[in-house]
Design a protein around this ligand. Structure first.
Ligand code: PLP
Length: 427
């Protein structure tokens, strides 16, 4: 790949470079295993002395194409694709955080991540402290303990849509000698490049904008290669790994230590592997990601502006609107747009909200965002329904909130559908 290429070119040409006579398009290698002529070759593969594939749980050429491309788009040193976004978050943290250790996270999170942190990780002996991302650096630092092993946050909080103060979070992470892990699902590598703002590790739910067509569940972890794992707090990356006949990750792989450990240790043991077909679809999705994100963002801004002036709407939350509390950060960190996701409050409260969701025709009621098709959801009764009222508040999800994921259809058609549904909702 030409290092000068812009992201639009990498999205099309990156990841896979066919040799003469090979398929032009990244092929789907739907094979669990790979054949070799010599035992010596297989031994070298197992010892990680030569690159290659031996079993699809650990690596697969189609998945490799997707991983290489997303790493190039995020400007990281390597990536590991997973079977879901949840698997990506789980592996990203377990790779550096053991039972008895601790995570600090922004509280404005996707509901599934909130549950993982609030319920499942504590059952595994990993404690998690939630902090208000708008709190001062001093306040947030108070949440850290000697055993804290990472700081976690979303680029655009789902569904509160607060843009992260990267400057503050990366300064805290550096001072506390903990990597900053960013969920860039809504940001996408086209709209926001967290490594340029101090993140060390990025995760995505590839299910959303990366796929973009609502076909596949998947995730990916990208390593920025910049965290100093030799700082004395991450012995698992520095000392010999007894489960891999004494492999020393930092010594052997330098800046790729984290992502290689995640693959050869955690993916080996936990097996949250994507299907090659899904990796093919994620790669295809990446090809049009820049174009789609431009259109999603333009359409969402048009819809948000329309809603802001609508008599049946009490409030609108979209970081691309000047009225949004983190608008300045949107200009700074997401100058190309703020994605297709916005939220609003409907006059008439929860009952009108329910009627609205049933009255839209083009905009579909689905549990999803990031699809090319526009969709609508009431988080408090769906994705966030396991959370208590207190937890809902802490996640930034008032009960009357309606979430729209604005698609790439004609903006006028989307607005007309929303407008008619707003009037139906009041009957
Ligand atoms: N992160 C964010 C911001 C999400 O919105 C989601 C799912 O909606 C996830 C992570 C989890 O991803 P997945 O559904 O692919 O497991």
């Amino acid at each position: 790949m030409n290092p000068e290429w812009k992201i639009e070119t990498i999205a099309i040409q990156g990841g896979y470079e066919p040799k003469s006579g090979e398929p032009r398009i990244l092929p789907i290698i739907q094979s669990t295993t790979f054949k070799y002529d010599s035992a010596e070759h297989v031994t070298k593969l197992f010892d990680l002395e030569v690159p290659g594939y031996f079993y699809t749980r650990l690596a697969n050429p189609t998945t490799d194409g997707f991983e290489t491309k997303i790493a190039q788009m995020e400007k990281g040193v390597g990536a590991l694709a997973t079977s879901s976004g949840q698997a990506a978050t789980t592996l990203a943290i377990l790779n550096i955080c053991n039972s008895g250790q601790h995570v600090v996270t922004a509280s404005t999170l996707y509901g599934g991540t909130y549950n993982l942190f609030a319920v499942t990780f504590p059952k595994m002996g990993i404690e998690v402290t939630f902090v208000d991302p708008e709190a001062s650096a001093e306040e947030i630092k108070k949440a850290f303990r000697p055993n804290t092993r990472c700081l976690f946050a979303e680029t655009i909080g789902n569904p509160g849509l607060n843009i992260l103060d990267f400057e503050k979070f990366s300064a805290i992470a550096n001072e506390m000698q903990t990597p900053l892990i960013i969920d860039n699902t809504f940001g996408t590598p086209y709209l926001c490049r967290p490594f340029e703002h101090g993140a060390h590790i990025i995760i995505h739910s590839a299910t959303k904008y990366i796929d973009g067509h609502a076909t596949s569940v998947g995730g990916v972890i990208v390593d920025g290669g910049t965290f100093d794992w030799t700082c004395g707090r991450f012995p698992d990356l520095v000392e010999p790994d007894i489960s891999y006949h004494g492999l020393e990750y930092v010594k052997t792989f330098g800046p790729m230590a984290y992502i290689i450990k995640a693959r050869v240790q955690l993916m080996r043991d936990l097996g949250t592997t994507p299907a090659p077909l899904n990796s093919f679809l994620f790669n295809l999705g990446l090809e049009t990601l820049p174009l789609r994100m431009q259109r999603h963002s333009e359409n969402a801004l048009a819809v948000a502006t329309f809603l802001e002036n609508h008599p049946l709407v009490s409030w609108v939350c979209y970081p691309g609107l000047a009225s949004h509390p983190t608008y300045d950060r949107a200009l700074k960190y997401l100058p190309k747009g703020c994605s297709g996701v916005l939220t609003f409050g409907i006059k008439g409260g929860a009952e009108a909200g329910r009627k609205f969701m049933e009255a839209t025709r083009l905009v579909a009621l689905v549990v999803h965002v990031g699809d090319a098709r526009s969709c609508v959801l009431h988080p408090a009764s769906t994705t966030h329904r396991q959370l208590s009222e207190e937890q809902l508040k802490s996640c930034g999800v008032p009960p009357d909130l309606i979430r729209l994921s604005v698609g790439i259809e004609d903006a006028g058609d989307i607005i007309a559908d929303i407008d008619q549904a707003l009037y139906v909702s009041q009957k």
